[in-house]
Design a protein around this ligand. Sequence first.
Ligand SMILES: [Zn+2]
Length: 196
Amino acid sequence: MATPITATAFVQALKKEGVRIEEVRDWRNHNRNKQGPWGPVHGIVIHHTATEGSAQTVDLIYDGRSDLPGPLAHGCVTKDGTVHLTGHGRANHAGLGDDDVLRAVIAERNTPSPNEQNSDGNRYFYGFECENLGDGKDSWPEEQLDAIARAAAALCRHHGWHARSVIGHLEWTDQKVDPRGFSMDDLRDKIAERLK
Ligand SMILES: [Zn+2]
């Protein structure tokens, strides 16, 4: 059972982990808390944006779309390795997923393959949206992968979680394919290395 991090502590934790951050507009008060519960938090979900162009991508993650209001994540990690803070509180990123996966994340066990849409991921997970087309060809620069690992590690360290608390969207639900272009196990190895 973990209480969500405060905005101030989030900034401090990211800086301590060596993350370059940009605070976007009114991100500290930007959330979907009126639409549903936020917390307890149990882990972190990693996404790709399926977009290109850093500025437009950050705006999209902050504002959302007509059919899916923002914020679409807590942070947007652009190709240059900057983490843009886009929301604080409940965000529209994880959607519905599998309660068996949620239980595994809480226990920090390997997650089973998801096959149900029965749990509100936006309540339980922080989310990072990472700028990439997700076509399997668009590259993931080393500085971007490093920033994703550091951002996730910052939250893990704050909550006393292990790297197993970090999953890809595709590990939460079989309705999604993101993130595509790197392996979540490799990312977790990097996070685990940082948390040693
Ligand atoms: Zn996603």
